[in-house]
Design a protein around this ligand. Structure first.
Ligand code: NAP
Length: 292
């Protein structure tokens, strides 16, 4: 019999990820702070838990996909938190993007409970979450990751083992550093060209006709064409992740000069009210369409 999955956090990513678990035939119990977001899943056949504690009590495998450390702390150790219901042989999988440091601290704090802790953030945005084509960056004891891999595979096209707990988060920060830098690079170059009198379509043609062509730029090109940035990956979450990148770089001693600049730029995006737009809206910070 398939284990019962308890899924907490039904936002842009968690909603479709939980839906894919249900589609794969696992019994599903969900919880979201804002209860209305659980309705589509309830209509599709999921049970809805009243609290994180009730969810953890009833589920065999508890998955969390929320904003970051504050939300995780609330769900685990806040009022009616899940932590006291975690025990062996249950598994707890954090798929939210947090720092490797926070992940290791969370794993240590949960260790006395005996729960199998897996660190499994994802690479890929709203569409891959809907299509179950995420890349899942798994950290934890190899046997514990292997035990939950069939469940992870219902949400992604590939599960990549990254090392012990914390290394999934380290991989996630590495890839988001590259993602944030590539997006800012495109935005800066297009704005540079625009102010020098170049046509946007001609610039995109040059980029797409050579080795700089890539899936990310193809996917975001229409946002630049229309100067509209409907959210897939919110700029506020990219800003959060750059804070984790910079913190991690201090801990490891890695030079990260661009990450420091990008943290500042994405933060400017927040102060310009762009937090809930897609992170490609960094273009609007650069081109001055949004006044400080
Ligand atoms: P989102 O749409 O903003 O959803 C955030 C979720 O966290 C919601 O369920 C929200 O509940 C919950 N939450 C926030 N604060 C909470 C608190 N204090 N207590 C309880 N629940 C709380 O975010 P998302 O885009 O799905 O992202 C989720 C995670 O995936 C983040 O770590 C993000 O960095 C990562 N990620 C996102 C993408 C992407 O493209 N969007 C891609 C890869 C990874 P409410 O509904 O009540 O607000």
């Amino acid at each position: 019999m398939k284990p019962k999955i308890g899924f907490m956090g039904l936002g842009i990513m968690g909603g479709p990820m939980a839906a894919n678990i249900l589609k794969a035939g696992y019994p599903l119990l969900v919880y979201n702070r804002t209860p209305e977001k659980a309705q589509p899943l309830a209509q599709a056949g999921a049970e809805v838990a009243a609290t994180p504690k009730a969810l953890a009590q009833a589920a065999d495998v508890i998955i969390v996909m929320v904003t970051g450390p504050e939300a995780l702390h609330e769900l685990l150790w806040g009022a009616h938190g899940a932590a006291e219901e975690l025990n062996s042989p249950k598994a707890f999988i954090n798929m939210s993007s947090v720092s490797p440091y926070y992940t290791r601290a969370m794993a240590q704090r949960l260790a006395p409970s005996g729960v199998n802790f897996v660190d499994a953030p994802v690479s890929g945005s709203k569409k891959p979450a809907e299509d179950a084509t995420l890349l899942i960056l798994a950290g934890g004891a190899p046997g514990q990751v292997a035990a939950v891999t069939p469940i992870l595979q219902t949400m992604g096209k590939k599960v990549i083992y990254c090392g012990e707990a914390g290394q999934g988060s380290m991989m996630k920060m590495m890839v988001n550093l590259l993602l944030g830098a590539m997006m800012e690079g495109l935005a800066e170059a297009l704005n540079f060209g625009k102010l020098g009198g170049l046509d946007l379509e001609a610039m995109l043609d040059v980029i797409f006709s050579g080795p700089l062509n890539c899936g990310l730029y193809q996917m975001k090109a229409d946002m630049f064409r229309h100067n509209a940035f409907p959210v897939a990956f919110p700029l506020k979450h990219m800003t959060k992740d750059f804070k984790f990148v910079v913190d991690t770089a201090y801990q490891t001693g890695a030079p990260a000069p661009v990450a420091h600049q990008l943290l500042h730029l994405y933060r400017l995006g927040l102060s310009h009210g762009l937090g809930d737009q897609d992170f490609a809206a960094i273009y609007q910070v650069l081109n001055g369409l949004v006044k400080p």
